[in-house]
Design a protein around this ligand. Structure first.
Ligand code: ADP
Ligand code: MG
Length: 289
């Protein structure tokens, strides 16, 4: 690659809101036959709001106060949704110590000295902790993400949150289909929520309940089947899969780790433009040929 070609690709890219960080990876764009999307913050707005609180052995406000106090320590979109509600209600901030992430499954801390966990349905199943499955399934079927609040292994109740599916995500998937590019969702969220979002945007394949450390190997499995993968994501969790993909596409609002790992940074205000895949592929065809 001559400096001139580099300069041209950089300026054409910039016009479309693309910062090309890794030219060799960018040149793979025209060969891509699958695009893998992270769900939260990519196919959806990534802005959760609480829709339901289902109390079991606490009052609604008591449950929310505990969750709010713990989630103040987390940057996760779920945490931001819970914190937003707690701030709106001016809830008390309880003393939280020993805060820790349970990777891909939630978090744990001591709240006023008591062992507290806020966790996924997957965690509940893996520990055989029983809950009202019927209520949970109804919420999940509505596309809501449910988190369970435990104190000393006892279920205090659960909180359902919903996120907004982006219209532009649907258009992106349609554009990709017209170009014979398969679209795949890769998420840590539970299967029902993932299926709901997948149906809303018409995605070809959904891979759900994947732990952060497993995301990169899912990409490698697809590559072993001959797929050439473009991966888009924004979160800290997405960095290894952005690196594993043939082309990692970080979005402008993403975390620093995601941005540093990706081959291309897309920094248009809108996270997914329907034309993103098309732009990438035609740009790299023009520039490389
Ligand atoms: P995604 O692929 O959607 O980014 P993550 O791997 O970040 O998913 O999270 C997977 C699951 O872990 C969430 O759906 C949720 O059940 C649980 N989780 C993660 N972080 C938190 C948190 N701060 N509070 C409660 N639950 C969480
Ligand atoms: Mg994420």
């Amino acid at each position: 690659a001559t400096p001139l070609v580099t300069a041209v690709s950089t300026s054409i890219g910039a016009k479309h809101g693309l910062l090309i960080r890794n030219r060799a990876a960018f040149e793979n764009a025209r060969k891509i036959n699958s695009i893998v999307f992270d769900k939260t913050g990519t196919l959806t707005e990534g802005e959760f709001g609480i829709t339901d609180i289902h109390e079991v052995s606490a009052t609604k406000d008591g449950l929310l106060t505990i969750a709010y106090s713990v989630e103040l320590n987390s940057e996760h979109p779920i945490a931001r949704g819970i914190v937003k509600e707690g701030s709106k209600k001016s809830l008390e901030r309880l003393e939280v110590t020993d805060y820790q992430n349970i990777t891909g499954e939630g978090l744990m801390a001591k709240v006023r000295g008591r062992d507290t966990r806020i966790v996924s349905p997957g965690y509940m199943r893996s520990k055989n902790i029983s809950f009202d499955v019927e209520t949970y399934e109804r919420l999940a079927q509505e596309g809501k993400t449910v988190v369970f609040v435990l104190e000393e292994e006892k279920l205090l109740g659960f909180i359902a949150l919903s996120d907004i599916v982006r219209d532009s995500a649907k258009e992106a998937v349609e554009t990709l289909r017209s170009m014979d590019v398969e679209s795949i969702m890769l998420t840590g969220d539970n299967k029902r929520v993932a299926a709901y979002v997948g149906e809303s945007v018409g995605i070809d394949k959904v891979i759900a309940e994947v732990l952060p450390q497993e995301k990169a190997s899912k990409i490698e499995e697809l590559q072993a089947k001959g797929r050439i993968i473009g991966m888009t994501g924004d979160g800290v969790n997405d960095a290894p899969s952005l690196a594993a993909a043939d082309l990692g596409i970080a979005i402008g609002a993403g975390t620093d780790v995601a941005i540093e790992t990706a081959g291309v940074l897309y920094n248009q205000g809108i996270i997914i433009s329907p034309a993103l895949g098309a732009i990438l592929m035609s740009l790299s065809t023009i520039i490389v040929s």
